[in-house]
Design a binder for this molecule. Structure first.
Ligand SMILES: Nc1ncnc2c1ncn2[C@@H]1O[C@H](COP(=O)(O)OP(=O)(O)O)[C@@H](O)[C@H]1O
Ligand SMILES: [Mg+2]
Length: 576
């Protein structure tokens, strides 16, 4: 039994408390199929989120089998299935893979057989078996809703909450989905609650709750609706509602509630007897009294990591872009260095040794300055392009799938596991991009560093720092577009504020430099140049070159700060 007692949810708008749900009270017995209906914006989704534990009530209490959920602990993630208004499956996966992924993240199964058994059972239960190999991308609206329900059924929840899973469907598909939910409520004493704007198929529900401006104005059997609202057709209820204030409707409901609840009670008792008879005859059944255990950290990590890799490999556009910039950017660096490539190999050989050459000293000094500028520019260009790759790697990584992640968090996925799976995936990209950039450019241009390793490490750290910061942005941002925009700005400011091209006024330099990853990577590499080049660079730039250890340290600090924000962001609840 689910019971709400005077449950309210109030938000603060311009300093004023506005109740979105106002003292909602209702009882839903086990095995019951309930609809929450009402005009748009009346608070249906808000009420459902209160029941799901996504919204925290401002006042009142929620009870589950007599247990006060706010003081005696919430339902386990496996006990609740919540199907939100948005899609929760990845377009790039197939129906079967989506369900497998839900199982891996939410259910501890013993052995392969149990795993596949569960996937098959859910596919059959929801009629998705014939579509198991079809990509989510090509499913119809009704099939997608079916899949969303299926993904929630993997834990055999005792409470299944669905938000508008029938909206936007053609009448036939709508009825099919309502029938499916009805069937799901007829098993294992499961309560199924469906929020819908639509007033079709109401007779399939055990009870209908009508919400009007955040208040309960009716909760009873569907067949008593037209009598209660004095309408000929249920479709006339919404126009009728608008004729009186929500308070008036609510107070007349409070007067009549007991009578309607009595009728509902006797209907529920009959239903219970019926269900017990069904239970006695069928036993295909997982025991709903003990909840499925959530998989451990490692199992969830691998499930998330491999799913990310799979989605990456299937996303043609993203894959193409990644390969294009992985191969294209280093070539771009080379193109710009083309004129000087041969010369960087031979600067030290050309230092004057004979009297004749001393006469050419002026020319050679000039030449060296040019080469110093070239090497400095070349390295900065590498760093900037890696920063661009970094923002492409990470800016949308979390923000673009935020709602799916929130949904999975509600289902028991740990934020730390999720973040680690992102780090593993992005770490892979960072290493490949940075090492390839360093090796390719080095082989063709021969950047004259004393050792190759520090140079490669500094490029890698530059990419890792920007990736980490952009991931932090992605995790804190409200939308993926906002995250992309901010990250691109950040990359755009790297070059002008690095001081590698034009020295900044000294005060401005000191203020901005700490934030510019590109500067620290570039300065570190400049420090590792062979002596003659290092002095040539010193002559062409007025910008202060920080000692190497500081460069490493600052880049590491950037990585840590990015990770900190990424962690804070994934811990936050962000359903909007
Ligand atoms: N967190 C929130 N902050 C401010 N306003 C909200 C919030 N959640 C919902 N609302 C507003 O409350 C009203 C009810 O929203 P909702 O429950 O989504 O309605 P329904 O699902 O019935 O269409 C809407 O006007 C919506 O804009
Ligand atoms: Mg809604």
């Amino acid at each position: 039994m689910l019971e709400l007692r005077d449950l309210s949810f109030t938000i603060n708008k311009d300093g004023e408390d506005v109740p979105l749900i106002d003292k909602a009270s209702l009882k839903v017995p086990a095995g019951h199929f309930m609809a929450i209906v009402g005009p748009s914006g009346c608070g249906k989704s808000t009420l459902l989120k209160l029941i799901a534990g996504i919204n925290v009530e401002s006042e009142g209490n929620l009870f589950w089998n007599g247990r006060d959920l706010s003081t005696e602990g919430d339902l386990e993630p496996a006990e609740i299935g919540y199907v939100p208004q948005f899609g929760i499956a990845y377009d790039q996966l197939t129906v079967e893979e989506s369900i497998e992924s839900a199982v891996r993240l939410r259910v501890k199964t013993r052995g392969r057989q149990a795993f596949h058994g569960l996937v098959d059972r859910v596919l059959e239960q929801t009629g998705l078996d014939p579509l198991r190999h079809r990509p989510v991308r090509v499913l119809s609206g009704g099939q997608k809703r079916r899949l969303a329900l299926a993904m929630e059924l993997v834990t055999d929840p005792v409470l299944l909450l669905a938000d508008e899973v029938t909206s936007g469907l053609d009448p036939k598909s709508e009825e099919e989905i309502v029938r499916l939910m009805h069937a799901l409520s007829r098993k294992h004493h499961r309560i199924v609650v469906n929020v819908t704007h639509s007033l079709a198929n109401l007779d399939l529900y055990d009870s209908v709750l009508v919400l009007h401006e955040g208040r309960v104005v009716y909760h009873g059997q569907p067949r008593a609706l037209d009598h209660y609202f004095s309408v000929d057709e249920v479709e006339d209820i919404y126009p009728r509602l608008s004729k009186r204030s929500a308070e008036a409707w609510n107070s007349s409901w409070e007067k009549h509630r007991d009578d309607y609840y009595q009728a509902l009670d006797s209907a529920s008792k009959a239903l219970e007897v019926e269900q017990e008879e069904v239970d006695a005859t069928v036993d295909d059944s997982p025991d709903l009294t003990k909840s499925a255990a959530t998989p451990g950290f490692i199992a969830q990590f691998f499930a998330l990591f491999f799913r990310r890799c799979r989605i990456f490999a299937r996303d043609g556009g993203q894959l193409f872009l990644q390969i294009a910039i992985l191969l294209g950017f280093p070539v771009l660096v080379i193109l710009f260095a083309l004129n000087g490539v041969g010369e960087t190999r031979s600067l030290s050989d050309r230092l004057p040794t004979t009297l004749e050459e001393y006469q050419q000293e002026k020319e050679i000094v000039e030449h060296n300055l040019n080469l110093g500028g070239l090497v400095s520019g070349l390295v900065m260009f590498q760093v900037i392009l890696l920063a661009l790759m970094a923002s492409n790697n990470a800016a949308r990584e979390i923000a673009a799938e935020r709602l799916i992640f929130e949904k999975e968090k509600l289902g028991g996925v740990r934020p730390s596991t999720y973040l680690l799976s992102k780090l593993a995936f992005l770490g892979m990209l960072v290493v490949i991009q940075s090492v390839w950039m360093a090796v390719f450019v080095q082989n063709i241009c021969h950047i004259p560093t004393v050792q190759f390793m520090p140079q490669m490490l500094l490029l890698l750290l530059a990419n890792a720092a920007m990736t980490s910061i952009c991931l932090g942005i992605s995790s804190m941002a409200k939308t993926a577009d906002q995250a992309s925009l901010l990250s691109i700005y950040l990359v755009g400011f790297q070059l002008p504020l690095s001081g590698a091209v034009l020295a900044l006024p000294s005060v401005a330099g000191w203020i901005t430099r700490p934030f510019i990853s590109a500067y620290w990577s570039w300065a570190g590499i400049m420090n590792s140049l062979e002596g003659s080049f290092r002095s040539a660079v010193d002559k062409v730039t007025d910008t202060w070159l920080a000692p190497s250890w500081i460069c490493y340290a600052v880049l590491i600090v950037h990585i840590v700060i990015g990770l900190f924000f990424a962690y804070v962001g994934v811990k936050k609840s962000r359903w909007e």
